[in-house]
Write a protein that binds this ligand. Sequence first.
Ligand code: IMP
Length: 188
Amino acid sequence: MDHDEGRVPSHEDIECVLLSQADIKGIVKRMGEELAEDYRESNPLFIAILRGAVVFFADLIRAVHCPMQIDFMAVSSYGSAAKSSGVVRILKDLDTPIEGRDIVIVEDILDTGITLNYLIKNLESRGPRSIEIAAFLVKDVPGQRSAVLPRYVGAHVPDAFVVGYGLDYDERYRNLPYLGVLKPEVYS
Ligand code: IMP
């Protein structure tokens, strides 16, 4: 067991570590400062998209030093074919009315942006004052343009399957404290 601060032995299924715990700490601090600066006066509602964003969300809200409230949503896409059609089902809705509120949607990773695009349209119909996205990761896929543009971005990652720090493959690896690229043989 490696007890060096910020270092953890990587899991055998991980090809390489993209963001260490120390990297993530720096990212969260920087994003927290940006968000606190922009939302200092407005008591925003931060919404975590379950389940992948939970780990990032828990760290991020503690790095945003201004008054705020939190709530949660869970959505599911209808498999990969339906996903591209933008059909998204809300599995858990907000408990908080959002009319007139400043909303920050906190997402783990933006790939096509289709899931969030749907969600934003849905939330817009409820009359919030503003909606912005804070994405821990944006996946850079050659030739692909995300359907939504996040205002706050933690890091860009290459077009590979990444896990850890809340992100899963088949509900595994969410508890890894770093972000890594999953070995292709695990899912092929
Ligand atoms: P989008 O609608 O294509 O932007 O898909 C975003 C969702 O797909 C994320 O919230 C994740 O749940 C999932 N996702 C996309 N890429 C990855 C990845 O590399 N690892 C884990 N989940 C991913």
